[in-house]
Design a protein around this ligand. Sequence first.
Ligand code: PLP
Length: 493
Amino acid sequence: MIRQVRTHVSQNEPLLFELSSPGKVGYQLPELDVPPVDAAGTLGAQNIRAEIEGFPEVSEVEAIRHFTRLSTWNHAIDLGMYPLGSCTMKYNPRINELVARTEGLAWAHPYQPESLAQGALEIMARLEAALLEITGMDAITLQPAAGAHGELTGILVARALLASRGDPRKKVLIPDSAHGTNPATAAIAGYAVENIKSNGQGMIDVAELARLVDGDVAALMITNPNTLGVFEANIRAIAEILHAKGALLYMDGANMNALVGVVRPGDNGVDVMHLNLHKTFSTPHGGGGPGSGPVAVKAELAPFLPIPRLKRDGGKWALDYERGQSIGRVRAFYGNFGVLVRALAYIMAHGGAGLRNATLDAVLNATYIRKGIEAHYDIATEAPSMHECVFSDARQAKRGVHTGDIGKRLIDYGFHPYTVSFPLIVHGSMMIEPTETESKRDLDLFIDALVSIAREVEEEPETVLKAPHSARISRVDEVRAARKPVLRWRPAT
Ligand SMILES: *Cc1c(COP(=O)(O)O)cnc(C)c1O
């Protein structure tokens, strides 16, 4: 008989607030060696807070242990594969961190005069040039703070161009496979959203598109490869249909991990696009940021890009605010500079051939997984997979096991779940994106896990339905967590 241990330090970590005991501090200050100042007298009593209600008082080691223990509850890319489709959870080389923490860059002040920030501006200029080369576009802004923010910037820039022609138009077309941020962007930019159905191969139906594009359409927002991991092979024909009616082609470039060094959107008729530097160009993400969503455009749209823009002035870099047609600022200062540094470090460390190789490996890895599990799960489309492969739980659902259950069971095997139930056009979808940074050994372990789970579904579905068994917290009430989130800790009274 094994004695049940009720509370174990790392099994049931309390809230930091619950660890608090009055008077404990986690810091030590040196003796005051300047004359004391009466803070209330100097700043005004109304600006001095005597107490913060419920503020946790803990020692340094308690704070450190608390957060270190919590960190071990999480899955992380440094721990194992993180095949969360659409998110490009690649391993981010440590050299990027080292470079981003270079003192002169990490401590550069946004109000530093241009003459003293030439190095930082040079980094931005080099990154702009590299991204233009990679995308085949003409001009770019590094300002937007994430992919969705880039989308909004890009659509506002497109709208500004159309408005300058006297006709901003009314609608944006969006395929049913699009990321949810696309319709949200179009709506916030003031457009009505019209849906386009995908065809049997998971691609945009070109005939249907030709039927839908009229003088009211401002743009089509396309993701390429799309969220099924399928390359939109008709992209040039699609661009021609739009351009013939005076509409623009927006490309959501969040999936550029499948294209870098192989295909340039600018060569395929794309007018405006965003990149997710935190995905494709290697910044740790998933914890809520920071990110970076540069927007690249064709020359015709360049005058409308946000200010300030970089310019050369007497052999030095300067910031140009005098751009009358600009949509204005979309963010304070110059974007998330640290992410820009990481992206340039990543690009320069790889070089052109290395970037291309990463793309080929990303596609190879996704295809390898597809082949490895194809006999056990239903593939969503016969079209070749690019950087991710999408399956459905149709076969397992007959035994009462769904995509969410299989994802949770993966946790017991040491993997982060794939993306569950997205894209929406595939019922019970399982979206798997391994990225290029996984070794064959890890891919084999992952395939092995999914094949093993498929067998469990046949032989002992309860095991899968009750998973995870190894995690500190198993099944939570997801609906309640979403509908009635507890966002504020209140001291016990
Ligand atoms: C991740 C993603 C986005 C949104 O990017 P954020 O940086 O999370 O705002 C948009 N579209 C696609 C296809 C994506 O994968």
